[in-house]
Design a protein around this ligand. Structure first.
Ligand code: FMN
Length: 500
């Protein structure tokens, strides 16, 4: 019985073979039959996969379905509000904003309004007509000498190497057009970042790509040379990233081209594993010393840290040391455990790192307790797709948001989950030149710019509905959440009850 598919198939092959002797046109059928026969024979004789060996062809079909099941599931089987990491509704929303399409929706929400965890804004009886807010935030504490006026929505860290040259160029051109910033990610700064001339946030990771010595340590001369360039507006020290906190970054060999290796000052065509920790600091005092060193080397530009919250006591202690040392980062970027990645370690992606929302609330509260909140701008990255997502984070204490995957959807991402394989069908997370060419920079730059502008407009309309005319009026009592069938709480009540 095991070999029924292969057996039936063998009979078909024999049938076609015999028929082809009588009708030569049928030899054409061997264009299909040939490779399938080779595959069946391979399955039968190979030794590394028991299912394929026991069920030639059927085993391979089974594997293919398992590997690609998310495609039919997402396109046909799932409801539009289901789907992870992002639902079809979320993807559709980005597409509409990016296409600058009709901003209305028909009939009514497809979301389950009664679902546990569902959030909504409590609007006012008296919406305001005008929101007098420029949606910019001034970054830089007392030690900063070149403050930056950031948009409340910016492109989150994504390295050239995890995303393609055309993707970087499209994001940067859009940023230039709409005046927001692009975070370079930890892979260094490429010409694709420089040429469009947008505001850049330069991220320095544990491997110090783009400013490293031969043995992989921090190179202050190279750093200073780049950091002083005017398009670098801020510098972000990456301590950890939500999808892989405490784990180093991975650049798969297939994506490590000669050009990318050149920017990173590494050997091409190898898997590259960045270390999990920085060689420049191991303690809070050393971390703050490094912040001050980068500030001096960059002539006083805003220096921040990006982290995914882990052990809360460590963060409390860091705040205490900041207070004592009187060295304060100009900004902190919070990334939650549900964050994205080009390639994350299997052991980290599902169960390491605190969620974004709780982390933001905790960090905000701790900074307030030590009296440093006014000096530090809080950025947050964690599934920001819509105007409401942005408003919710602002209400919970963030000053500005980062979006990585929202921006990817605006670039045309279809959530095919192939970012780590160099086979991304959309040309966003592949280095394959033919696929990259499919992503047309000017068209996508326009779409990302539309997405950004329309999302900010979304924020404006939500604030108007809440009767709030500037961001200082946003707070967590404006958002309610269904906790269970009988209970609805404001986010203010949720976090007071949890004691965060
Ligand atoms: C393709 C890709 C590459 C990324 N590269 C980096 C990186 O180089 N450095 C970093 O700190 N985070 C990186 N991230 C994480 C994002 O900056 C962000 O923190 C995370 O995806 C959460 O934001 P999102 O929910 O808007 O995607 C990457 C994410 C993606 C999807």
């Amino acid at each position: 019985m095991r070999y029924w598919l292969a057996g039936t198939y063998l009979l078909i092959v024999i049938f076609f073979f015999v028929e082809s002797l009588l009708h030569p046109i049928l030899w054409l059928s061997f264009v299909v039959i040939g490779p399938l026969t080779a595959l069946a024979a391979y399955d039968f004789f190979q030794t590394h996969n028991n299912v394929r060996r026991n069920y030639p062809l059927l085993g391979t079909i089974n594997e293919l379905i398992k590997r690609e099941r998310h495609i039919p599931q997402e396109i046909v089987l799932q409801k539009s509000w289901e789907g992870r990491p992002f639902s079809l509704l979320q993807q559709r929303l980005v597409k509409k904003r990016a296409d600058d399409e009709l901003t209305s929706e028909p009939f009514g929400t497809e979301m389950d309004y009664g679902a546990i965890g569902h959030d909504w804004l409590v609007h006012s009886l008296y919406p305001v007509n005008e929101v007098k807010d420029n949606f910019r935030v001034r970054v830089g504490g007392p030690q900063c000498r070149q403050h930056y006026n950031a948009s409340i929505l910016n492109v989150a860290a994504m390295s050239y190497g995890s995303i393609s040259s055309n993707a970087v160029r499209a994001l940067c051109k859009a940023a230039k057009k709409e005046n927001f910033a692009v975070n370079t990610g930890e892979g260094g700064i490429s010409d694709h970042h420089w040429e469009p001339g947008c505001d850049l946030i330069w991220q320095i990771g544990t491997a110090y790509f783009g400013c490293r010595t031969q043995d992989g340590r921090f190179n202050s001369d190279v750093f200073a040379e780049q950091a002083l360039r005017p398009t670098i507006k801020m510098i972000e020290i990456k301590i950890s990233q939500g999808a892989k906190p405490g784990f180093g970054a991975i650049l798969p060999a297939s994506k490590n081209t000669r050009e990318i290796a050149n920017y990173r000052q590494i050997e091409p065509h190898n898997d590259v594993h960045s270390p999990p920790n920085h060689s420049e600091f191991q303690t809070h005092e050393e971390l703050l010393g490094f912040v001050q060193r980068l500030r001096d080397l960059s002539d006083g530009k805003p220096i921040g840290i990006k982290l995914c919250l882990g052990q809360q006591d460590e963060f409390k202690e860091l705040c205490r040391v900041m207070q004592q040392a009187e060295i304060v980062p100009d900004f902190i970027a919070i990334a939650g455990g549900e964050g994205g990645s080009g390639a994350a370690a299997l052991d980290s992606i599902h169960h390491v790192g605190s969620p974004t929302e709780e982390s933001l609330v905790f960090v905000n509260k701790e900074l307030m307790e030590v009296g440093l909140r006014d000096h530090i701008t809080l950025f947050v990255a964690g599934k920001v797709i819509s105007g409401f997502d942005t408003v919710r984070y602002l209400a919970l204490g963030a000053d500005a948001c980062y979006s990585a995957r929202g921006m990817m959807f605006a670039l045309g991402c279809v959530q095919s989950l192939k970012c780590n394989k160099n086979t991304c069908p959309t040309g966003i997370t592949t280095m394959n030149p033919a696929r990259v060419a499919g992503l047309v920079v000017n068209d996508k730059a326009m779409k990302v710019a539309n997405y950004h502008r329309n999302t900010i407009e979304g924020v404006r309309s939500i604030m108007a509905a809440a009767g709030v005319s500037d961001r200082s009026g946003l707070n967590c009592s404006l958002i309610q959440r269904r906790i269970d069938e009988q209970t609805i709480l404001t986010l203010e009540e949720v976090y007071n009850q949890n004691g965060i």
